[in-house]
Design a protein. Structure first.
Length: 205
């Protein structure tokens, strides 16, 4: 109940997951596969594409006391979002290249899509880093793939935390560079040392 907000991709997004998270005070936004919303009647992808860039359809439903907003938006492809945090309003304007008009056009974008694009970068970064150094295990046992997949992001997250921690460490500035000819610097050091000796000897009387 600390008002956490989670963003995840369509591999994880389900109705039941978002409902249970919301009951715990955790709001969530995620892209969703339409076959995971079987009872929700919305415009199909072909209809939205015929309506052009920026066309959208949405439904707001309430299940077990939790309000969810399902949104379909036509960008370069049709994007499906499920959210317990944002709805479509307010919309903003984004630019997209129109291949038919051969120019950039202004397109309405739902608020839920804007928020998802803004905060989804961390998951995309981890996915990209994992793909660079993935642990490739050939096994017919499904749980081995799950185990090593959990190891991959754990290593990546540890490395990211190490980098962040090392950047926060205080750095001692290097000593200032000494200027002047070496002979003059050596002579001034001898003068300073002789002054200290005279002061020490004078203080003993």
């Amino acid at each position: 109940m600390k008002q956490y907000k989670l963003y995840f991709d369509n591999y994880f997004t389900t109705l039941r997951l978002q409902i249970e998270l919301c009951k715990l005070g955790i709001y969530s936004v995620g892209t969703v596969r339409m076959n995971r919303l079987p009872d929700l009647i919305m415009k199909d992808a072909k209809t939205l594409q015929q309506e052009g860039y920026g066309s959208m359809d949405y439904r707001i439903v309430q299940i077990d006391g939790v309000s969810l907003c399902a949104t379909r938006w036509n960008d370069n492809n049709v994007v499906n979002c499920l959210s317990t945090l944002y709805s479509c309003a307010p919309t903003d304007i984004v630019k997209r290249w129109s291949s038919s008009e051969k120019k950039h056009i202004q397109v309405d974008r739902p608020n839920v899509i804007k928020a998802y694009n803004q905060f989804m970068g961390g998951v995309d970064l981890v996915d990209m880093l994992v793909s660079l150094y993935i642990i490739n295990v050939r096994s017919n046992k499904y749980y081995n793939k799950i185990i090593f997949h959990l190891i991959d992001p754990s290593i990546i997250n540890g490395w990211l935390f190490y980098r962040r921690h090392s950047l926060l460490k205080p750095r001692v500035p290097p000593p200032p560079a000494q200027r002047g000819r070496p002979a003059i610097r050596h002579q001034s050091q001898e003068v300073n040392a002789s002054k200290r000796r005279r002061t020490e000897s004078f203080s003993t009387f």
